[in-house]
Design a protein around this ligand. Sequence first.
Ligand code: PAF
Length: 266
Amino acid sequence: MEIARTRAELDALTGPARAQGMIIGYVPTMGALHDGHLSLVRMAREEADLVGVSVFVNPTQFAPHEDFDAYPRQEEHDLSLLEREGAAFVFLPSRDELYADGYESAVAPGPAAEGLESDFRPHFFGGVVNVVYRLFSAVRPDIAVFGEKDFQQLQVIKEMVAAQGLPIRIAGGPIVRDAHGLALSSRNAYLSPEELRVARTLNQVLYDAASSIRNGEAPDYVCAGAAQSLVDHGFASVDYVAERWDRVLAAAWLGKTRLIDNVPAI
Ligand code: PAF
């Protein structure tokens, strides 16, 4: 497994493969890797000849009061997991490498970014589309795989790629859950044992809501009930429970940790 820290090093790794007509697969991450990320690498390997992963904790998608400084960083461990998973290269850019021209935005998020996450993290998708655009222009993949846990993010990226006319196929990887149904997330590491117990009720509340919607109950009514149910189970507060893209999506807080999840509604 090769490591590239600059665009020039990356080009030296991917150029010959591209020249030979190999399909390049790519999984962008912020590190603190878990089985969810590794499942995306596996998916990419099924569809591509050469798979690369980037690890970059992107400052522009965190608001000043959010957990950028505390975000878990474990480079050595991440690299050993990726080596075992058969990644061919890892891109580890510095801030200056990726934002050599400063933080000026090149692209804007489209309509999929409206509502849900944007109501509570208005800076988020602007930061995401710009870093992903920059990462794509550095890696130049044929296929990129994103986790469905960030379902709205996946829609926003698909829109951005279509709007910019980028020749990249975007694939969504299914959510990976623990034995209790909790969606794997780097932020689960913040949870106390009691918070973890409560966190594990989130998926069940969403599955119940999805089943009520399938049985013909009004989505708005069901989602309001699900939000109340999360509070009853011990969540400190709920940013949203909503139905969109045939999914029931939620964001809720446990202490200082914000969890998101979604399940199919059809
Ligand atoms: O989903 C993530 O980990 C991040 O939002 C991403 C896509 C790597 C951009 O920083």
